[in-house]
Design a protein. Structure first.
Length: 247
């Protein structure tokens, strides 16, 4: 199935039959990426009286209770409610789900004991910017699918790079790190504040998606993005960003 879209007076063909899922599937137990010392996801059969929600245990159907912490359990999308004193939810803030997105591969720069995506690193690989920007950090490895980030001081995005993205109209930032901010920063979350421009002029329609995985075979360039979330009235939701090639 193919569709034709117009962008800046240019006609682009979208192949909807070949989706590219850049989310990390969430599983029960340890086989997930982990961050911020949050507990592993836990999927357990519901039990009440003589009912068990597991056909493998003799139940008539499967019915599980899911215990998850989206910010540390896998691919998730968050809204300004992650840092604001006011209540904003991802279900209220993300009301459109199809965007043009640019994929870029960005190396880190070592600054003292940290690995940082600096403004120079980002500008050097970003030829053009769409309303959504997808950052694949280098080096890229399938270890990202299950990596234990907790206590490992993972790389992060410099706050001036976040400002640059905001000033250049990026509304949806997707990245393969557990956070765009340093793991231990005394609660400042400077890149989050810079990207959402909080509290000066909050961008309530902007989102950040973390812990994605962009395979090597996905080339840098322009794609169509479908950003899918659960309809949850909280600041973050497990999410499923899906790319489609453009021609």
């Amino acid at each position: 199935m193919k569709a034709l879209i117009n962008h800046k007076n240019q006609s682009l063909t979208v192949d909807l039959s070949v989706p590219i899922d850049i989310s990390i599937p969430m599983k029960s137990g340890e086989d997930n990426p982990k961050a911020f010392f949050l507990p592993n996801p836990k999927f357990t059969p519901f039990r009440i009286y003589n009912f068990v929600g597991s056909t493998r245990e003799g139940g008539a159907c499967n019915c599980e209770t899911l215990t998850i912490s989206p910010h540390g359990n896998g691919t998730h999308s968050e809204c300004i409610g992650h840092i604001s004193k006011e209540i904003f939810t991802i279900n209220q803030c993300l009301t459109q789900f199809i965007f043009l997105a640019t994929v870029v591969s960005v190396p880190f720069e070592k600054i003292e004991d940290d690995f940082v995506i600096t403004l120079n690193n980002l500008q050097s690989v970003t030829q053009s910017i769409s309303e959504a920007l997808i950052i694949r950090t280098l080096p890229n490895s399938k270890e990202k699918l299950t990596y234990m980030h907790s206590g490992d001081n993972p790389p992060y995005l410099a706050s001036d790079a976040a400002i640059w993205l905001r000033e250049n109209g990026v509304l949806h930032l997707l990245i393969d790190l557990p956070s765009i901010d340093k793991e231990e920063d005394c609660g400042e979350l400077t890149a989050h504040h810079a990207f959402w421009n909080y509290p000066l002029a909050p961008r309530t329609n902007a989102t950040i998606t973390e812990l994605i995985f962009v395979p090597d075979e996905v080339k840098d360039g322009l794609y169509l993005l479908n950003l899918q979330i659960c309809s949850l009235e909280t600041d973050a939701s497990p999410s499923k960003p899906v790319l489609y090639s453009l021609g």
